[in-house]
Write a protein that binds this ligand. Structure first.
Ligand code: SF4
Length: 218
């Protein structure tokens, strides 16, 4: 497995290449809004989600309002984010669960979060990291792909990668926030340069640390 020192170098290079790219790109003012925005962001850009949410959150200001939403109206408001029928159903159901179980608040534990509709481990970890300030390990499709290209470890599944990242950046580490920052940076890098199937290696700020590049597979 890659050393923490080399991983730190990668994080530093990516921070320089993508100023602000180490933070969540979604705009939200509450844990419910973060949860809803994250559900909306599946297979959609943060920019698109941020265009939709001001009107959405004005119409439905809290979990109770989303739970009581007319599903057809909700679908219309989020249509441009794609997969709108599934997302609308998940948001409404998730907010019904928040209202019934937690008085409209978002729980903090991973187990409770992952029991909510539309909330997988990735979304739950993002909420824990971004809202509750917990050490969080968010492994999405970009992180998984670039992790393998860089050769950070042999792991290939999100669960195994999360485990390795916990070893490299333990929750008790004073810089444990770097784990979430790394996820955001790799997602940014995966959209900008290391695009799936056509990585622009010549323009890559971390090519010196990339096993794929070292192998001559550009
Ligand atoms: S060198 Fe190429 S494959 Fe490696 S991280 Fe950069 S863009 Fe991706």
């Amino acid at each position: 497995m890659m050393t923490r020192t080399e991983l730190n170098e990668i994080i530093s290079l990516l921070r320089t290449a993508y100023p602000g790219g180490d933070r969540c790109g979604l705009r939200f003012g509450s844990a419910v809004q973060l949860l809803v925005s994250t559900i909306l962001s599946a297979q959609c850009t943060d920019v698109r989600v941020n265009k939709v949410t001001p009107v959405l959150f004005a119409r439905y200001p809290d979990a109770q309002a989303f739970a009581a939403a007319d599903i057809a109206e909700l679908e219309t408001l989020i249509r441009s984010c794609g997969l709108y029928r599934t997302k609308a159903a998940n948001i409404k159901k998730c907010c019904e669960q928040l209202t019934e179980r937690y008085g409209g608040e978002v729980p903090e534990s991973l187990d409770e979060l992952t029991e909510l509709a539309g909330t997988g481990r990735k979304t739950a970890n993002l909420v824990r990291g971004e809202w509750f300030g917990e050490p969080a390990y968010v492994i999405d499709t970009h992180v998984k792909r670039i992790w393998a290209l860089l050769g950070i470890s042999e792991s290939t599944t999100p669960e195994a990668i999360e485990k390795d990242l916990r070893v490299l950046i333990p929750p008790e580490d004073p810089h444990a926030g770097d784990a979430l920052a790394l996820s955001h940076l790799l997602i940014t890098h995966g959209r900008a340069v290391c695009v799936a199937g056509r990585p622009n290696c010549s323009a890559c700020p971390i090519k010196a640390h990339c096993a794929h590049f070292a192998g001559g597979q550009t």
